[in-house]
Design a protein around this ligand. Structure first.
Ligand SMILES: Nc1ncnc2c1ncn2[C@@H]1O[C@H](COP(=O)(O)OP(=O)(O)OP(=O)(O)O)[C@@H](O)[C@H]1O
Ligand SMILES: [Mg+2]
Length: 335
């Protein structure tokens, strides 16, 4: 079956820096990522700050054109979508940001912000859109009588996020990029909003790309996980298998730095790794992780690693993935 949405060798390079002599340098934010997301799936995308998570999300949303590679939706390339096919993509593919509510127009009531996609996306009349907006507010746990008439600044962070979710699901999306949707919320509210996102998925069968720093959130919500480092996917696979037995030293380090992710427990975010993530202006040659890898050998500095597939669905881009999974002890990362 054709996946719902796919990225094929996606690259996104930004020209940055306007130094004294006007030299611009190429920043490789996403550097050759292929992925496929099926209907109804939840795929988590994890990685450190600056690793390219949001950029990859924006590429899939069609908000950023790729420098090379392409996105296909239901098997058709985005750049070829026109007319009704493009409008369908726009309706069916939505985003929830860290503070989606703040992305709502501050000069409109949140109710009228939610009515917009109903009127212009689904082409409902004014009355029908109003009724539907009220139903959506009920769905996300905001009493419509109280909240439809409010402005975004009159809501709490959690309520704004619920309103942002109402707007995102208004047009019956099939795929939602959720970019750190609970990161800005209090721990108590976080669990509620995660449950809401999960229950929306159970009801509607939509698929999520769930971007997060928090491995506890990954375990709570995702079926599959993609680990990104400096713009490349270093490991992917079913969450249970990857968490139990990661095949990439980077994933191992991330997991080792996090207390066992138990969704019921409060998790503080520790420093995940020693050493800084190298600059995407000059990513290390060979394996990008070699500068921080406790297992790095000469080959890692010279050659890009192959993607090694395992029978349990894990794929790890590491020269020593087999050894890593056989439990070669990882020492402290070298600096
Ligand atoms: N519009 C832009 N112009 C120039 N550089 C950009 C732009 N957008 C992102 N970048 C750079 O691309 C890299 C990846 O950024 P991105 O926002 O995708 O990271 P991220 O993984 O989402 O990080 P975070 O966890 O902090 O949100 C970073 O080095 C960032 O500075
Ligand atoms: Mg981001």
């Amino acid at each position: 079956m054709t996946p719902l949405i796919e990225g094929h060798q996606l690259r996104k390079t930004f020209a940055v820096g306007r130094g004294l002599f006007g030299a611009r340098r190429a920043l490789r934010a996403v550097d050759g990522v292929s992925l496929a997301i099926e209907e109804g799936e939840t795929v988590a995308l994890v990685g450190e700050s600056g690793s390219g998570k949001s950029t990859l999300g924006r590429l899939l949303l069609g908000l950023t054109p790729p420098s090379s590679g392409r996105v296909t939706y239901r098997g058709r390339a985005l750049e070829g979508l026109r007319g009704e096919a493009w409008r369908r993509f726009r309706r069916e593919v939505q985003v929830v940001f860290q503070d989606s509510g703040s992305a709502l127009n501050p000069r409109r009531t949140v109710g009228s912000s939610v009515e917009l996609p109903l009127r212009y996306g689904l082409r409902l009349g004014r009355q029908a859109a109003r009724r539907e907006a009220a139903a959506l507010f009920e769905r996300v746990g905001l009493a419509p009588g109280t909240y439809l008439q409010r402005y975004p600044h009159e809501l709490s962070g959690g309520q704004r996020q619920r309103a942002g979710i109402a707007r995102a699901i208004a047009s019956h999306p099939r795929f939602v990029v959720a970019d750190e949707p609970v990161a800005a919320l209090d721990v108590s509210v976080r669990a509620q909003v995660l449950r809401l996102l999960r229950s929306i998925q159970v009801d509607t069968g939509l698929a999520y790309l769930f971007i997060t720093h928090d491995l506890g959130v990954v375990r709570a919500i995702a079926g599959r996980v993609l680990v990104i480092y400096l713009g490349v996917i270093v490991e992917s696979g079913p969450v249970g298998s990857v968490f139990r037995d990661p095949g990439h030293p980077y994933t191992r380090a991330l997991l080792a730095a996090t207390p066992i992710p138990d969704p019921a427990r409060r998790i503080t975010r520790p420093e995940p790794l020693h050493g800084d993530i190298p600059s995407p202006l000059a990513p290390p040659p060979g394996c990008r992780f070699h500068t921080r890898c406790p297992l790095a050998q000469e080959v890692c500095r010279r050659m890009e690693p192959p993607v090694v597939p395992f029978p349990d669905g894990v794929e790890a881009a590491c020269h020593f993935a087999v050894e890593v999974r056989q439990g070669v002890p990882a020492g402290a990362p070298t600096s």
